[in-house]
Structure formats: C-alpha cells, structure tokens
Design a protein around this ligand. Sequence first.
Ligand code: IVH
Length: 681
Amino acid sequence: MAQHSLLNISGKDGVRQRIQALRQELNLHAHRYYVLDAPTLADAEYDRLFQELATLEKQHPELITADSPTQRVGGAPLAQFETVAHTLPMLSLENAFDSDDLVDFEERLFRFLHSTEPISYVTEPKLDGLAVELVYEEGLFSLGSTRGDGVLGEDITRNLKTIPAIPLRLLTPDGTRIPQRLEVRGEVFIGLADFKKLNEERAKAGESLFANPRNAAAGSLRQLDPKITATRPLDFYVYGVSDPRPLPCAHQHALLQYLGSLGFKINPLVHLCRNITEAISQFTQLQNQRSELAYDIDGMVVKVDAFALQERLGAKARSPRWAIAAKFPASQATTRLLSVEFWVGRTGAITPVAILEPVRVGGVTVSRATLHNEDELRRKGLMLGDTVLVQRAGDVIPEVVKPVVENRTGQEQTITMPTACPECGQPLVRAGQEAITRCPNPNCPAQRVRGLIHFTGKSGMDIEGLGKKAVEQLVNQGLIQDIPDIYQLQIETLAALDGWGYKSAENAVRAIQGSRNPTLAKFLAALGIRHVGEVTAQLLARHFTSLDRLVPAGEADFLQIEGIGAQMATSLVDYFQDPAVLEMLDRLKALGISIQEEKQGAEAGGGLAGSVFLFTGGLTRLSRHEAKARIKELGGQVATGISRKVTHVVLGDSPGSKLSKARELGLTVITEDEFLRLIGR
Ligand code: IVH
C-alpha cells in the first residue's frame, strides 16, 4: 500500500482518486477486521491510511461522502431522537421453553398448512441485545432505528454509524444485485470481554457500572452524543430483512449468506436443520455451548427456512407464526448468604436484602437479592452462612430460591429482624395482618430521601437531571430536605457540586422549573402517598378536579369513588391531615407552584365511561384480571359474551371464535397495543 502515497496526487482528479482508493482500502480492512475477524493489515498501517484520508478530506471538504470511514463519528449532540415509522412492523416472538414446546410449534405449522410435509428450519442464537433496523438506499446506509414499540422506533442513525460491524456502504462483489432500498434487521450487543473492560474503566473513572452487557448496549445506543457512543464497544449481528420478496433468495439460510456477502456479520452458530428433531438437538447443543460464548444469549430462534412457507403462515398480532424463540431455562447458581441488610423504603417498609458472595448467574454477577419481607424469609427457612440457590429467569431480578440444607455445618445463625429502624432508630411496627414491617417515623432520613427520589422520578414529576444519585447527593449536602426545597435550587449552587457542571446544573434547574405546573394526577402520584399509585391518582384527580377540594375530604368522600377502597381512603385522610403535609403544600403554593385543575366528567380524557370491552385470545403484557380491573377503574364495563353492546373487542394471541362473530356484527376490534394505550399504559 505504501507506494500509493508516492503517486502524484496534485490536481483535483488525483485527489479524488486517492480519496476513493483510501476509502475502499480502509472499508475493506475494516470488514476483514470487524466482520470476518481476519485482519490482513497491521493496526498502525490502518491508522496511517485513515490519517491520510482525514487530512485530504480536511483540505477538500467538498469531497467528503456519507460512506467515508471518517464519517462514523460526526456532528454535534442531538437534543432528542426523532421518531421513525417502520415500513413493516418489527414483530416479537412467541416463546418455547422445552423440546415439547418445539414439537407443538411444528404441529401448529402442520395444522395451519394442512400438510405434514417435512419442514426445514434455520436455528440462530437469540442474542441478548437490542433489535435495530438499518435502511440502505442505493447501497448507502441512510437510516437506522430502534425497534421501539414495533411500529414506531427512534432514529439512532448517527449512533449506529459508529459501530464498525455495520457497513456504511454495502459491498457488491462480482456485481451482486442489491435492491434500491434494503431494510435489514439485527441485534446490537456488547461482548462479555468488552463489557468487563468497559465496566473496569468506568469504575476507575468513578462512574456508575452497568448491570449487564444488554443494559450497557442499550445505554450506549441511547446516547444523544454520538461521540460517547463511539467510545463504546458495540457490535452487530444481522438476522433478517423486513421483506425478503425483492431479494434473490428464497430461503432464510440463503438470505443470511447473501447478507454476509454484502458485508454484514452473520452469527457462526446459525444452522440449517431438516426437521424439528434436528432443531431440538441444536437447542441442546447451544445450551451446552452457552457458557463458553463470547457474548450473552438467552435462547435460540427457530425459523421456517422457506420464505414461501413463511408467507403462507403469516403473522398474528404481535408475532409471526413461522418462528419461535426457544428460551433457556432460568439460570441457577449456588453461593453463600453472607449477611442480611435491612433496607428502608419510601413508605417506611423494611425489606430484608440478602448479601451474597458474588456469583455469576445467567450472564450477570449477583451480589444482592431481595428477600421481600419477614414472612418470605421465614418461609424459605434461610440462615446466615447458608449455601443458597440463586436464580435469574430472563430479565427478572435475581432471587434466592432456597437454602441448600445438606451443606449446613451447624455454624449457621438465625436471621433476626431488627426491632428498631436501621436508619433512624425508631421502634419498628408490624400492623395486623400485614407482612410488612415499617418504620413509623415520617421524618426518617431514609424515607425522606426515597420519597424525594420518587417525587423527581419517572412515576412522579419526571424531572430530568434529578435522578437517584443527584437527589442523594443534594440531601447529603443538606441542600434539600423536602419537596419545596427542590424548587429553590439555584444553578450556581448545583454547578459548584462534585460531578456537576454549569450545563448540567442549568438543565436540571430548567427541568425543575418546567415541573411547576403539573396536572393534579401527576402531582398526587408524585407525593408518594401510601397505596396511591398513578391509577388511583387519576381517579382522585378526575373526581375532585382540584387540590383544594381534595385536601379536606373525609373517608366517606374517598369511598364514594369507584376503585378506591378502605385502605386507600384511610391512608389519604392520614396523609392530608398531617400538619407537616399541609405546611409543605402551603410552602409550594407560596413558591408559585400551581397545580392544574382537572377537567370534569365527560370532558376528562381517557375515561372509559360508556365503553364495553370483550376479550378474545390471550393478553401478553398483563393478565385478564389486571385488564378488567383497570377498565373498571376507568369507568368502563367488561362483557363476557358477544353482543351489540360491546364497543371494543380486544384481540389477544390465538383469538377464539368470538373474533369471527365480532367481525360478523361489525364490532370494533382493537389490538393489545391499542388497548394498552386506551387504558393509559
Ligand atoms: S427474529 C419476526 N432472530 O428477539 C422475527 N430475533 O422477540 C423477529 N433476537 O426483538 C425477530 N436474536 O431483538 C430474531 N436471531 C434472531 C434474534 C432475534 C435476537 C431478538 C430480537 C427481537 C426478539 C424477538
């Protein structure tokens, strides 16, 4: 390569040619290095060529093109991500948990196809990262987005451009045909070794650690500043396209090879199987390989190989019929229970937390696990010093399953619940039938901090820039003690704190000021009154419409509201009779915080009064029971059979005969997503 630089590159054409040659050379080596994992050029030589290109482009900025390797990072941070509509929805997958489920899957395919002709499958590791879509126009990477809710995602093009395994321009060796527009889909992830290194660096820099590679990848992709994303070791495997029809491939297996030839990275553990039995043995094999892989996977995806069959099978509301995710069983490990800490929550609830000897379970290191409450702890019969079985299922937080009693040595000790609050020393109380032990001191510092964290957090006022860490810091520094204090914070005060700069202080104060005019429902939810979550807050807001009408209400007034029970009513009266609360509300008023009046009755948005719902098929994101409760809370009704009175038929997975009857009657049919939106989820 070195001889190239001796060429005479004076003159515009010479420069243009040299730039083109450099780009081609650099892209080729990046592909060998990052995609094929087979570099043929020393790093130093790559850097030298890159530098040469950068210098030439600096001298001739008019010659810069979007696919130049220098363009992987560029531009100023964004204020927010734009929304992108996927041309075809990004579906999710149904789950299988064992070989029986896979056999059932094939049975369903046979039934649907009215045939028992053998079906070939492609099996692919199910990467535990984030699904993204990449759009190529005329071979040039033009738009990249997150999956989002499957229909709408976020434009993260600039962040995706920083990932070296994502080609900026498709390769077209030997004139491979590419369509004018190609939408590929795949998974962005961070490998285990890179993840470890990233966290080590963060620890050194005093930054918070990522819980697992998936969170690290998600956090990195959602950076508004692509320069930060560029420093993260993100990687990418492609697994499909939005629509294979315009492509010269009739099968998934061939498609993957075709995408490989265009420059994408294909997972080497992809297999073509002639029948479901072979797919099942791949599943077993992959499970055995799992712990040796360089990245986290949480299962194996089984896809019908032939696109013609895929097309006949089609999709249900949320998932295609032609594919299924075979999930690995919950990962378990044993470790030692070193001690139990008692954590004081926002409402004073005391939660025992197991402190464990760190152990790797399902891809993350676990050193703490909640033990929920005293009853739970006794039911499991745990003792200090026990060997315990811990498990993680999917994304679920780790839990202690049971003690391994056979391993006891006699040295184990009983766990005693504290009688006084570990934070403020007040004697603890456990009321009646409740499983929860509480600190009754409303001025307990732990409760105060957690109450403030709730107030500024996502289920509260959602004040950006005042997260958990920031609130803890402000309380520790004595800058805030209660809610009104938040509204008196000054930019200069914040800017002077450790870890803050003028910009972040200014942003935080702007966010605080932006929250001076909350809706009544939001404000009530943010107060963190016991038993009063976002739903109850909605009901209260709609009923009372203003804070001034709500504060003096008595238990009987609260009980009038459909959806509010005795426990909530008592808790509300206790709260609004507390002189400290009334004083706090007065201070907020004096500071000019004004809570919007809620619109009443029919004007109120989201109310389901007059609506009658009927369910068919299974809901996937909440239980029928929850769905019904929520409809009732919002004033709607639930029907058990089909009739003209039904205003909404909610379509779940595998709907029954109600669906066809609903169609006959011309009733409105809505998807689970639409339903969730209606109930404000
Ligand atoms: S296929 C309609 N293939 O799993 C087909 N998905 O629940 C849907 N995933 O959001 C995707 N590895 O993030 C497919 N080899 C693979 C995959 C894979 C991981 C993820 C993907 C998707 C989720 C499906």
